[in-house]
Ligand binder design. Structure first.
Ligand SMILES: CC(C)(COP(=O)(O)OP(=O)(O)OC[C@H]1O[C@@H](n2cnc3c(N)ncnc32)[C@H](O)[C@@H]1OP(=O)(O)O)[C@@H](O)C(=O)NCCC(=O)NCCS
Length: 402
């Protein structure tokens, strides 16, 4: 099989649903910013060279519907020959889009393509505008439709992940992110034009501005503050707003190329996409997905957990992230994920608890993050993984280019 290369990988900041900087900016405008930046930041490659744009989206409707992939190709001035499609595998949609482009390149069907993701959780609510579960089937089989927060409670209860463990994990996520923000480590962020209606002298005016940081990070987080929060999903539960991923708006894209295209356009790729896989699990504990997907991925690659230099494991909830790290033998080795450790290799600059989880964008967002982190640290092998609503996990293996 041929190689597929990630050449450029970028994201908008992740901003808080309804309360954040991107809440009133249409999803198409977020994608436009990163797609245009992707081409601008890849000298030698023009829009006409891109064959196809696949965009992941978990609720592809309303402003982010109507086949957003093709809409964006046209809106950004790609020629008519550049195609576009929308991909949905819920929380891994953005990674799925990148992996599908990689698979087409590996099979020799394509040379230059873009994969990415978009989710405006402010504009299209989680669950969509009109959820319609099958009425008879759902009576006997509600699990595939249940709240993600309840699946996180199930993981906590079944596998004894205490509130203290979840809050501690959340604290470290916030501290890693605070450090990264302070030291300007998120080099993959594209400063993003945004607009907001604000009241000025008794009148509503539309103000435009540039947003260049993730606005969900809480630098002031403390263990005591986290401990005070009430359960968000179950009266006697342990999952709170502080140890859950935040609901977020964002977009991210990656340019994927064949070896022939890399040579033809004279670009320097960041990494190869070696493998991608998905693994199924019980829907009512969907968060355990990475505990199945990562070992399956590593088996395909003939590698072990110890061979991987850096991990991005999506923090949908602290309970499920902790469980997955336990299963991978990394939770007890606290130096691998704690914010104070120089040896940390898991979510090194914080995870979705601090940075947010814009559903269909997340896979592409984490790809942009891990591409940046692999380059910064000279990390040879990187694994990106996430759990997926409905009961799945996805995982991809990247190898840094010399
Ligand atoms: C848990 C959830 C319902 C909370 O929603 P929310 O109330 O809008 O959450 P917020 O981030 O605004 O936090 C609410 C309050 O909790 C408190 N809080 C949150 N994080 C905190 C922290 N780290 N330290 C102290 N207080 C904190 C604050 O008081 C905050 O209010 P403020 O913004 O006015 O300061 C929501 O984040 C959620 O649904 N998350 C999961 C999303 C999901 O299921 N994704 C799919 C996964 S598969």
């Amino acid at each position: 099989m041929k190689e597929a290369y990630i050449v450029t990988s970028l994201r908008t900041p992740g901003c808080r649903r309804k309360k954040g900087a991107l809440a009133q900016t249409r999803p198409e405008d977020l994608v436009k910013t990163v797609l245009n930046a992707l081409i601008e930041q890849t000298p030698g490659v023009e829009k006409k060279d891109v064959e196809d744009i696949l965009l992941g989206c978990a609720f592809p409707e309303a402003e982010q519907g109507l086949n957003i992939g093709r809409v964006m190709a046209q809106m950004c001035g790609f020629p008519d020959e550049t195609c576009g499609a929308t991909v949905n595998r819920f929380c891994s949609s953005g990674l799925e889009a990148i992996a599908l482009q990689a698979m087409r390149i590996k099979s020799g069907w394509c040379d230059v393509a873009i994969g990415g993701g978009i989710e405006s959780m402010s504009i299209v609510p989680m669950g969509g505008n009109m959820p319609r579960p099958h009425p008879e089937w759902a009576k006997e089989n509600p699990d595939v439709y249940i709240s993600m927060g309840i699946t996180a409670e199930n993981v906590a209860n079944r596998y004894s992940i205490s509130r203290e463990m979840q809050d501690e994990f959340a604290y470290h996520s916030q501290m890693k992110a605070s450090n990264a923000k302070k030291n300007k480590l998120y080099k993959e962020i594209v400063p993003t034009p945004a607009s907001k209606y604000i009241e000025k002298n008794g009148e509503w005016v539309n103000e435009t501005f540039i947003q260049d940081f993730d606005d969900g990070i809480r630098e002031t987080t403390t263990a005591e503050g986290l401990a005070k929060l009430r359960p968000a999903f179950a009266a006697t539960g342990s999952v709170t707003a502080g140890n859950s991923s935040q609901t977020t708006d964002g977009a991210a894209v990656s340019l994927v190329m064949s070896e022939e295209a890399v040579k033809k356009f004279g670009v320097k790729p960041i990494a190869k996409i070696k493998y991608y896989t998905v693994a199924g699990c019980k829907a009512d504990e969907m968060g355990v997905g990475p505990a199945y997907a990562i070992p399956k991925l590593l088996k395909m690659a003939g590698m072990k957990v110890e061979d991987i230099n850096i991990f991005e494991v999506n923090e949908a909830f602290a309970s499920q992230a902790i469980y997955c790290l336990q299963q991978l033998g990394m939770y007890d080795k606290r130096e691998l994920w704690e914010s104070t450790s120089d040896k940390r290799i898991v979510n090194v600059n914080g995870g979705a608890i601090a940075l947010g989880h814009p559903l269909g964008c997340t896979g592409a967002k984490l790809c942009a993050q891990i591409m940046n982190e692999m380059q910064e640290r000279g990390a040879k092998y990187g694994v990106e993984s996430m759990c997926i609503g409905g009961g799945m996990g996805a995982a991809a293996l990247f190898e840094l280019c010399d």
